[in-house]
Structure formats: C-alpha cells, structure tokens
Design a protein around this ligand. Structure first.
Ligand SMILES: Cc1cc2nc3c(=O)[nH]c(=O)nc-3n(C[C@H](O)[C@H](O)[C@H](O)COP(=O)(O)OP(=O)(O)OC[C@H]3O[C@@H](n4cnc5c(N)ncnc54)[C@H](O)[C@@H]3O)c2cc1C
Length: 465
C-alpha cells in the first residue's frame, strides 16, 4: 500500500470528491457531498458496499433529538459529553468528543430528513455508560436496514458507487495535496481517478492479523466479527504521509458472541439484570461496565468462554433485536424451568446455584458486589432462566488518523492536509486508548457524523485546490 507521486498518475477520469470505502461513513459522506451539488464517487473493494456497518445493530446516539423530546426524554449534548468523558476517563480528545456530542442529534435528524433512514428511539432499556436513552435505530434495529435505506437514497440521487474497486494507491503532490487514487478493478484492471478532495472511509485494521498482532495483541485470540475487508489502508497511507495517528491500541470488543455461531447477544440482557459466569459457574467482572471491555475479561477466564444467564423478562426485552431472533433460530439460547434444569442444560457446576443466590442478594441490596456492580433497581431474576454460551469478539478497531472537527486529517506537525479527510473507523475514535473507553454507539456516531461533516467541508474546498 503506497503513496505515489501525482506525476506518475495516468488519470482517465475525474470527480470532485472521491470516497474510499462504501460502509456507513462512505455512504453518508457521499450523500452529504451530493446535497452540496458537487460530484462524488464511492469506491468499494467488495462486490457489495456494506462494510461492518451492515453487520452492526445500527444504533446511533443522538443527544437532545426530537425523537427523545417526543417521548419527554430530557437529554443534552452536555450530558452525552459527560458520559463520554466518564467512560474514557478523560483520555480522549475532549474537544472532538464535545463536538460530536453536539452534532449527534443533528446527524440523527439529518439521516431521517435528508437520507430517508427510518430511525426511532430505543426506549426500552439503558445502554451501559449512557445516562439517558439516546440510541436511535431502524425498525428491526439492524445495520443492514440502515445501509439499505442509505443505498436507496444513493440510488435515488444517482450517486455512483463503484464496487469491486480496490483503492491501492493515493496520488499526492509535493504540497501534500491528494490528486487522486489508483484503483484495481476486477474486470478492467488498474485505473487512475483524479479528485479535488478525498475522504477515507475504509475503516480500521480489524481484518489485518499482522496489524492486530503489532498494535492490539491482547485481542488477537478473540473472534474477529467485523468486516474482513478492512485491512488498515487508512492507517498505512497515513503513516506514509506522516499524518498524525492516535489511540492505535483502541478497539471495540464484545463479550457476547454466541459460541460457535457468530451471532451477537446484545447487552440489554445484562443491563436488565442478567450476568455472566465462567466455566466454574462464577461471576468474574462487573458486566454492566460495558460489553467492549468484557471481551478481554472473558479471554482471561478458563477456556475463554462465558455463559450469559438471565430470565424471561430480559429475554422479552431482547426480542426487539433481529440479532436475538437469529440466535433463537440457531438454538443458541437455552431455556431452563428452574435452577436444576439450568445446571443440566448448561452442564455448569453446582456453584452456579450459589452465584444465582448471590445475584439475588445483590439485586435486593442485601450485599455489595465484589466487582462493584450495582444490581439494585431491577427485579430479582426468576425462573424460567435463559442461558447463552458466549465467546469474546473484536468488532472493530478505534484508533486511526487524527482529524479536526470537520474530519480533515492532521499532519504529525498539527497542520491540516489541504484536501484529505477521514471518518468512521479510519479516523481516531473517541474511545480512549483501549477497549474500556468504548461507549455504545460511538462507532456509528463517528462514521455518520464525520461522514456528514467531512462531505460538507470536502465539497466546500474544491475550488481552492
Ligand atoms: C456486530 C456489530 C455490531 C455493532 N453495532 C453497533 C451499533 O449498534 N452502533 C454503533 O455505533 N456501532 C456499532 N458497531 C460498530 C460499527 O459497525 C462501526 O463503527 C462502523 O460500521 C464503522 O463504519 P465505517 O464506515 O467506518 O466502516 P465499514 O462499514 O466497515 O466500511 C468500510 C468499507 O471500506 C471498504 N474498504 C476497505 N479498504 C478499502 C480499499 N482499499 N478500497 C476500497 N474499499 C475499501 C470495506 O470493504 C468496507 O466496505 C458494531 C459493530 C459490529 C461488528
């Protein structure tokens, strides 16, 4: 993966704004550019432009959105910012975090109003680390619905999304101006396309084992459950261009991939009072801290797996999610009429009985949790019980190119590249230096907000390039 001199290019076609990658960031950026009237093209290496975004739950935080107001939920960008600050222990770019918190509701409403994405507020349960209900999702709460809606609007606006177009080189001149990209196309071979601005929307390096071994060895043994085509090209180009790169060890993990089935078991069951045990039938962490850091906790347990245990009330809340129905269809969810039955179906040792008793005491406030989780405020779990065996997963990486508030990429000396932008997994996220700083929804927050903002700015500068 290299940067080439613009003198070596043989451009045969050109566009105002070129976008590398057709996931959530790439498509929102394309719509944003198109709405300004500039020409735009998306280059996507896969045969369909879906990315990690289509594998996701598709939930996007929007603090102070009109959808919250309709349900009388009082929220604010300031409260969201405080949550990000708390989750990352202040170890992120706080200016960018405040900016994205401010932009979050605008992005959600823009997706609905300008991009025809049918989003509504998830009002049934709280997400870990969020002080308010502020997640917005598609009707079945899936990333594939989100991507489907974006694609429909892209088609309606006649925006070219070129698939099987792997961007292999960027052309850059002596003033660090990006002049275009070299694309390898399965049918026609190599093609050079010129542009006036370029947006990197090609996500992180979750699909690159070598980079994971180098930057995030702690998660290499987990299942990678993101898009395998994300090979770290943005970081590689950025490194060669001497761009500023931040939080390279940061990632979104997940502590609940149905064992051997690759279906995510979403965290609602934990937030509603469920818990996890290891193969000894014992709890081992504060599960409610977040699902991201739970991946590493499970990796530290004997045999690298855990069981999620919950009851019918939690089970019913989970039914809001398409993923959960997939888990049910795949027979990942075991039902047990009482504790003895639970021991039988899970084959866990009798110590699980003691753990369930302990959780009951914690829920009633009779005892304090050694892992500092507050179980109070939710009803005591009652039979029938439900159980899913889960393995830890890596969803996507969170480190990347450092950008300003418009998604414009910074050089290592702090100055801006004149016409290079990045968003989503290609840019440094707002998740701090590791896995514990990931606050639910901040993957798509950075993908869609930086997509929208970078699109506007990339388009606005084309006459100066
Ligand atoms: C199971 C799961 C659930 C999740 N749920 C949520 C959620 O509910 N809310 C949330 O905020 N986040 C969630 N996330 C995280 C979220 O999906 C990501 O943060 C987000 O999708 C990143 O978007 P992106 O556009 O940067 O990357 P992607 O959607 O991965 O798109 C990148 C695209 O770039 C293409 N590409 C890569 N290199 C090149 C190249 N050289 N040339 C051309 N194309 C290239 C890839 O093929 C890919 O299509 C979830 C993740 C997973 C795995």
């Amino acid at each position: 993966m290299t940067i080439l001199s613009s003198n070596d290019a043989a451009f045969n076609t050109g566009i105002d704004v070129l976008i590398v990658g057709g996931g959530g960031c790439g498509l929102t950026a394309a719509l944003s550019v198109d709405l300004t009237g500039s020409s735009v093209m998306v280059l996507e290496k896969d045969s369909s432009a879906l990315g990690t975004t289509s594998m996701s739950t598709g939930l996007i935080p929007g603090a102070g959105s009109r959808f919250q107001k309709e349900l009388n939920i009082k929220d604010s960008p300031e409260a969201f910012f405080d949550d990000i600050k708390m989750k990352t222990q202040g170890q992120t770019d706080l200016e960018i975090a405040a900016h994205l918190a401010n932009q979050s509701a605008l992005t959600v409403e823009w997706l609905v109003d300008s991009c025809n994405v049918p989003l509504s507020l998830v009002s049934t349960f709280d997400y870990p680390g969020h002080s308010n209900k502020r997640m917005h999702g598609s009707p079945n709460r899936t990333g594939s619905e989100l991507m489907g809606a974006l694609h429909d609007t892209i088609a309606l606006r006649d925006i070219p999304v070129v698939t099987e177009a792997n961007v292999i080189n960027l052309f850059v001149d002596e003033y660090d101006v990006v002049k275009g990209a070299r694309v390898y196309r399965k049918d026609s071979g190599v093609e050079d396309i010129s542009c006036k601005s370029l947006i990197l929307a090609c996500c992180g390096f979750g699909g690159n084992k070598k980079m994971l071994e180098e930057y995030i060895p702690e998660i290499v043994d987990a299942d990678f459950f993101g898009h395998p085509g994300n090979k770290g090209d943005a970081v590689k180009w950025g490194t060669e261009l001497n761009a500023a790169i931040g939080d390279i060890h940061s990632y979104q993990g997940h502590g609940g991939l149905a064992y051997g089935n690759g279906v995510p078991i979403l965290w609602a069951h934990i937030m509603e009072g469920g818990f996890q045990v290891n193969s000894n039938g014992e709890r081992f962490s504060n599960e409610a801290k977040g699902y991201s850091e739970q991946a590493k906790e499970i990796l530290n347990q004997p045999n690298n797996f855990a069981w999620s245990i919950y009851d019918k009330r939690c089970h019913d809340v989970m039914k809001e999610f398409d993923d959960y129905h997939d888990a049910l269809k795949a027979n990942c969810v075991l039902e047990a009429s009482n504790i003895q039955d639970l021991l039988r179906v899970t084959k866990l040792p009798k110590s699980l009985e003691r753990t369930i008793d302990e959780v009951k005491d914690l829920t009633l406030g009779i005892k304090e949790d050694i892992f500092c989780r507050d179980f109070t405020g939710k009803p005591v779990l009652t039979p029938p019980y439900f159980a899913v065996k889960v393995s830890p997963a890596l969803f996507h990486t969170q480190g990347g190119l450092i950008v300003d508030s418009n998604g414009q990429v910074k050089k290592s000396n702090g100055r801006l590249f004149p016409n290079l932008f990045a968003g989503g997994g290609a840019a440094r996220g707002i998740s701090g230096p590791s896995s514990w700083g990931y606050l639910a929804g901040n993957g798509l927050l950075t993908a869609t907000s930086f997509g929208r903002l970078a699109g506007i700015k990339a388009s606005s500068i084309i006459n100066n390039i």
